[in-house]
Ligand binder design. Structure first.
Ligand code: HMG
Ligand code: MG
Length: 303
């Protein structure tokens, strides 16, 4: 067993979570959520997405969000990142003082077309100058690969396809590649097998797990990849979210549930679980949706 001593949580609720809410969420609510997440000790909060407002209307206030965060007093303690699928997105992000961005590709051709309107090869060609330009501006770039354990349109995805895209993202300059089980169909042995293949191309220290919880397997999958040495986990407070281009996909694994698992294993995160549970309860009530974190529900019921 090679469980890590520390895990870095990348909190994606304000982006991956909220992007899928059908009712517009007020910018002030998003900012309050981000402030609370940061106050709970999360060092990395993905806060916005510089994508087309026609494609994802919920992320249309990306400029305002990132400009407020640029001037936030907590900016030194927390990295606030944003998605940038192309040069237009990156240029806007740079104008707003964003210090870290992410490009997002896919291991499935069909998902790539539906999500970013181009093939996998075209997406990588598009990302290369985005990453180059960002790095020249002193901005770090994370890479995502979607559909690493299955695709809503193609079904099974070969681990070799995931490894190939991950390798390219690293080669163009991404400091870390986050492996997305976009529709939450993975199971632990499958996740392990995929990771074994990907880690032949990208060192495990540069990989992150980004698991959605549609089939209730995300925590088990995380345990399996932690055992392989994964030390970066993407999660979403209260299990918010889904993906607008993956019908039926539910939210990311809930951050509170991940923290509870890690605390039980003696793995440090630097995040205050009680504070995060209060934030999960608050945002669920504010959005009028059930709290998607079992741990959050249990903690709130016992206080
Ligand atoms: P396109 O239509 O091919 O782009 O979309 P285009 O270059 O032809 O431009 C079309 C229009 O979009 C133009 O406006 C552009 O200005 C505008 P018009 O002249 O028609 O008024 N446009 C933009 N506007 C704002 N920001 C931009 C931008 N780029 C072009 N950056 C594009 C291509 C990538 C823009 C589009 O497909 C898009 O926005 N897709 C977003 C998809 C998305 O956000 N999906 C969810 C995030 S990914 C995810 O959730 C998975 C992840 O969590 C990991 C996992 O779970 O697997 C990361
Ligand atoms: Mg996602």
């Amino acid at each position: 067993m090679h469980f890590p001593r520390k895990v870095r949580i990348v909190e994606v609720g304000a982006r991956d979570g909220l992007q899928n809410e059908s009712v517009p969420v007020a910018t002030a609510t998003k900012l309050e959520l981000i402030r609370r997440l940061s106050d709970s000790g999360l060092a990395h909060v993905e806060a916005a997405s510089f994508v087309s407002p026609r494609w994802v209307p919920q992320m249309a206030d990306h400029r305002e969000i990132m400009m407020v965060l640029r001037d936030s007093p907590t900016k030194s303690a927390t990295t606030y990142s944003a998605l940038t699928p192309n040069m237009k997105g990156l240029e806007a992000a740079l104008e707003c003082g964003v210090r870290e961005v992410a490009v997002f590709g896919s291991a499935s051709e069909s998902f790539s077309q539906r999500n970013i309107n181009c093939s996998i090869a075209e997406s990588l060609e598009r990302f290369a100058p985005v990453v180059e330009h960002a790095l020249k501006a002193g901005v770090r770039v994370r890479g995502y690969v979607s559909c690493v354990l299955g695709c809503p349109y193609e079904g099974e995805i070969a681990p070799a396809e995931v490894a190939a895209v991950a390798r390219e993202l690293k080669a163009i300059g991404c400091y870390e590649v986050s492996l997305g089980d976009t529709i939450g169909v993975g199971t632990p042995l499958k996740a392990k097998h995929m990771l074994e293949q990907v880690s032949r191309e990208v060192p495990i220290t540069q990989l992150a797990a980004h698991f959605h919880d549609t089939y209730g397997q995300a925590l088990a999958n995380l345990y399996a990849v932690l055992e392989e040495g994964i030390a970066v986990i993407d999660s979403s407070v209260a299990g918010l979210g889904g993906c607008p281009y993956a019908k039926g996909a539910s939210g990311n694994v809930a951050s509170e549930d991940v923290l509870y698992l890690l605390e039980g294993m003696g793995i440090e995160t630097g995040v205050d679980l009680a504070a995060l549970a209060r934030t999960g309860d608050w945002i669920s009530r504010t959005l009028g949706r059930p709290n998607g974190s079992r741990v959050g529900q249990a903690l709130m019921a016992s206080c």
